[in-house]
Each structure stands twice: as C-alpha cells, then as structure tokens.
Design a protein around this ligand. Structure first.
Ligand code: NAP
Length: 525
C-alpha cells in the first residue's frame, strides 16, 4: 500500500519506491510513503493563497465549529486509529489512547476555550494609548493572523496528538496547516488528514500532509509562515539555521529533547505516601509508550539514605511489567517504534553503563512475550543507579528515548539543585515531598530551567494529572536543550500564529478597527 500526500487539494503519490513503514513487533512491511517529486513550493503557495484567505474570512466561532466537527469525526474513527497505532507504533491500548484520545481531548479543549469569541475575527489588546495633548491622535495594539502557512514538522512518537495539539490553535487563529509527520509513523497522521478531507470540514487549502522526507520544504518558507518543530536537538539546529528561515525571519517554535527529573524530598522515605507516589509515577513514565515520551522521567533524584530502597521498589514493580506483542494476553509494554530506535536506545544504555550500575533490564538475553527478539524492536524496562551524580556526565546529558531511567542519590539541597540544572533546560520536573521549605527552595532554584513543575504530596495523592501528561490548558515546552518553545497553555498557544502591531490614528478610526475584534486578554485566560 502506498500512502499518498495531500497538497494543493489533491492526493498525489510520490515518485520512486518510497520508504517502507513497518510493524515494530514483527518487522513486517505495512505500507510505504514518500515525498519525491512533490512540488512543495506550490503546496505552500496554495495553502497561503487559498486556505489562508478562506480561513481569515471565517469568524472564531465558525473556526471553532470546524474543530468541534473534527473532534467528533476523530472520535467516530477511534477504533481504526487505534488499529493503525497498534500496527505502525507497536502501541498497547493505553499507548494508543494516550495519542489518539489525547488528540481528541485537546481539540475539544480548544473548542471550549473559544466559546466566548463569537463572531470576532481579529484581536485588540489593551486600551487606547494617548499620543497627542488634544486627544485626537491615539494608538492601539492589535493581533492579526499571520498570512503564511503553519508548517508542523513532527516527531515519530505522537503522530496523532502532535498534529492536533498544533493544528487546533493554528486553525482557530486563522492559519492553514501543512503537516509533515515523522516518516516511520506517518500513517496515523495521514489517515486522520484523509478522513478530515473526505468529510469536507475545512475550507480548500486549509490542510495538507506531506509524508516522507522534508526535502526542499524549508527552502520555500517566507515571512508570515510559522515552523513548529518537534524532534531531536540536532534537527532543530538544522532548521533554525536554515538560510530561508534566517533570511526571512520566519517564526520557529522548537520542542526538542529533554532529560527530565523526578525528585524525592528528604521526607519522602520508604513508607511515606510521597515515596509510593514517586515509585508509581517512575514506573508509569518508564513504561507508557515504552518510555518514548519527550516528557518521560529520565533522572530520579533521591536522598542518599533512601536511594537504594527507591531503586529496589521501582525494579520490583518493573519486574511485573510484561513486555512483548501488545496483542498477546497480559502484555503491558510494547516495542519501540523501529529497529533504529531500538539500536539508539541500546547504545544509550551502554553509554549510561560506563558510569552507572544496572539495577534491572539492559537488553541482554531478553525474550518478549508473543514476539521474537530478533524481529521486533523491543527494549526491556531498564533502571540504572548512578552513585556519583556530581561527577557523572552521561546521566545528565544523554536522553535515552525508551523505557530507561537512572536513580541518582543526592547529599543535600545545594548538590541536588546543581545536578537537576545539569539537564540544561527540561520540559518538566516532578517533586514528591510534603516538606514545604524544601519544595519552595527547590522550585526557586530550578524553575527558570523548566517549562513545568509538578509538586506532589500526600494531600494531592493520586489526583495529579501525571508527570508526563501534557494538559492542553497548561504550558508545554521548556528552555535550553528542551528547545525554548512554548505550546498549549490554553488560548496562549494562538500567540504563535498571530502577529502584534500597533495602529495610530484618530480615536474614531481606531475604534472602527477594534469593532469585531476579540479582547486579547482572553489569550491569557
Ligand atoms: P528527528 O529525527 O529530529 O525528526 C523529527 C522530524 O524532523 C521528523 O519529521 C523528521 O523527518 C524531520 N526532519 C529530519 N531532518 C530534517 C531536516 N533536515 N529538515 C526538516 N525536517 C527534518 O526526531 P525523532 O527521532 O522523530 O523524535 C525523537 C526526538 O523528539 C526525541 O529527542 C524527543 O525528545 C523529541 N520530542 C520532543 C517533544 C517535545 O514536545 N519537546 C515531543 C516528542 C518528541 P523524517 O522522519 O522524515 O526524517
């Protein structure tokens, strides 16, 4: 099966053989994708000239209505999407739900957030700024949708969620979308686009999908376009420094890799509620989506006196996780998405082992249930123990994108903060402690290097939304090596697709322009 691309409102197959998509459980070939021969300059022009114009004519309520119809359509197609997720990503039911249901939930969240916008089309920010003594010349700030294309270059781990968490705010803001999913798992995103196109929900030109390599896509970006990238730090660097991006000052948002932390406070010893909550969360983070989450816990900082107890408790729970073919009875964790990812994860484990002890897992002599180790992309849950975190290098630097985490003991609060900061910018850290002084001091020490901090104590208990769960109403992104980008956070996310400008003139002219605009204060509501 060859999956076509959708550009210029037409389905077009690539030239050449394309790249095979495989089942990571068996290695069987499922389909192929490719972008060779596509006119990507024409694809972007069409989106700008047809899709952008049509979307900007619609009110916010009309755009939100389209998002609601997309959410309903995706809900109706859920079973088919789960099936693709199982076959192309080796996902368990829970993994597929994380991606597919997460996408639907996020779309619905934007529909809800937009309910107060009514028939407005643009945005007005703040009041009039007096500019003349007599009051007959004033300024006012506005925000307008950018007149380019929102180009999403996505990672392989969330083909559904990453598409719609970006597309929802972009379409609501009035920008057309061109999605380039990661090649190995492109099928799910391609299928969702196909379903939305067939249902005729969006105006012509508003949605395009290019499967396979990005090829010359970025050569054709121009002012007004937005490139939102999710993936590795290496690719992010290439995108940021691409000549067309630099010359045209194209807005780029980057979500890259991250060596996220979980921290147990000095009070969170064995027997405490915080200890148990931390153990549960570390195990969950290591196993859901086989650890292939940008937000997953990679480093677990524990007071030195409790570090071995924590490692033992996590290893005991990991020992009960059945790994193998998600179709087999009792399997809770599937493979990584490809043999290439498996090789990269095993390489990362080997690097960690140069300075850490193996607590459990590792990969040698591992036999998955209902599958062959020689054919699938399996990596067992692997916990390491790094006795000297202050001297360690690899544990703070290498993000092993799989079911892998490292326990690192700490001696005191100063050493802890120093080590957490060596992640050099992370998406998230979670703290398990009911010691308010400890937690407050740690937050003050590390907040500037994190996009999100999750504080868990006995009072919060199991009610938290999860270390790795990205909530559409809260900010997602992180500084430094995490890419420096910002996504979600409710209506804040529209800001990426809007351009601020000030208009100066007579109060009458300015008031006429402001009529029909929504209050930009809602963008931070
Ligand atoms: P990747 O290799 O960097 O690829 C990401 C995307 O970039 C893919 O669509 C890829 O296309 C494309 N790409 C590669 N080279 C390109 C180029 N020169 N120009 C334009 N596009 C190019 O990353 P990955 O292996 O898919 O994803 C894993 C990484 O993503 C991990 O490090 C993870 O932490 C990070 N991630 C971060 C977040 C977050 O929100 N912060 C979320 C998920 C994942 P092809 O597939 O066709 O090569």
């Amino acid at each position: 099966m060859r999956l076509p691309n959708y550009i210029c409102d037409r389905w077009i197959e690539s030239k050449g053989e394309g790249v095979p998509l495989v089942d990571p459980v068996t290695g069987a070939r499922l389909a192929s994708v490719g972008s060779d021969g596509l006119d990507l300059a024409a694809a972007l022009d069409h989106a700008r000239q047809v899709g952008g114009v049509a979307l900007r004519q619609l009110s916010h309520a009309e755009r939100a209505g389209m998002l609601a119809r997309i959410a309903d359509l995706l809900s109706a197609g859920r079973e088919a999407y789960f099936d693709i997720s199982r076959r192309n990503s080796g996902a368990t039911e829970a993994d597929a739900g994380f991606d597919v249901d997460g996408a639907i939930f996020t779309l619905k969240s934007y529909v809800r957030a937009a309910r107060n916008l009514g028939d407005t089309r643009g945005w007005v920010e703040g009041g009039e700024v007096p500019l003349s003594k007599g009051g007959n010349f004033v300024g006012r700030h506005f925000l307008a949708p950018q007149r380019g294309v929102a180009i999403f270059i996505n990672a392989f781990n969330f083909p559904a969620w990453a598409l719609w968490e970006k597309a929802a705010p972009a379409l609501l803001a009035g920008m057309p979308v061109l999605i380039k999913p990661a090649t190995p798992t492109a099928w799910l995103a391609q299928r969702m686009v196909a379903d939305v196109v067939e249902a005729d929900i969006l105006p012509a030109g508003a949605l395009s999908v290019v499967c396979g390599g990005a090829r010359d896509l970025l050569d054709h970006v121009r002012e007004g376009d937005v490139v939102s990238f999710t993936g590795s730090a290496d690719t992010a660097r290439r995108i940021r420094t691409h000549p067309a991006i630099v010359e045209r000052a194209v807005r780029v948002n980057v979500e890259a890799d991250s060596v996220n932390s979980a921290v147990l406070g000095p009070d969170a010893g064995p027997g405490s509620a915080e200890f148990d909550l931390a153990v549960r969360e570390v195990v969950r983070e290591m196993t859901i989506k086989s650890g292939q989450k940008c937000t997953a816990i990679r480093r677990v900082f524990v007071p030195a006196a409790h570090a071995h107890a924590l490692a033992d408790a996590v290893a005991t729970k990991l020992g009960k996780v059945t790994v193998g073919n998600p179709a087999a009875e009792g399997v809770r964790m599937g493979p990584l998405v490809s043999r290439a990812q498996q090789a990269a994860a095993l390489e990362g484990i080997a690097a960690l082992r140069t300075e850490c002890e193996l607590v459990c897992g590792g990969g040698e002599n591992f036999e998955p249930v209902g599958a062959s180790a020689g054919e699938g992309a399996f990596v067992p849950p692997t916990l390491l123990f790094c006795a000297d975190g202050e001297r360690a290098e690899v544990a703070h630097r290498v993000e092993v994108f799989g079911p892998v985490a490292t326990v690192i003991p700490y001696a005191d609060a100063a050493s802890l903060a120093r080590m957490v900061r060596r992640g050099e910018g992370s998406l998230v850290a979670s703290v398990y402690s009911s010691d308010a002084a400890f937690t407050d001091a740690l937050v003050a020490d590390i907040a500037d290097l994190h996009g999100r901090l999750m504080l868990v104590d006995a009072a919060v208990g199991g009610d938290h939304t999860g270390h790795g769960n990205v909530m559409p109403t809260c900010l997602h992104g992180g500084p430094g090596r995490a890419g420096g980008g910002e996504e979600l956070g409710g209506m804040r996310a529209l800001g990426l697709y809007l351009r601020r400008h000030v208009v100066q003139g007579s109060p009458e002219r300015i008031a006429a322009l402001a009529a029909g605009c929504a209050d930009a204060a809602l963008l931070s509501a």
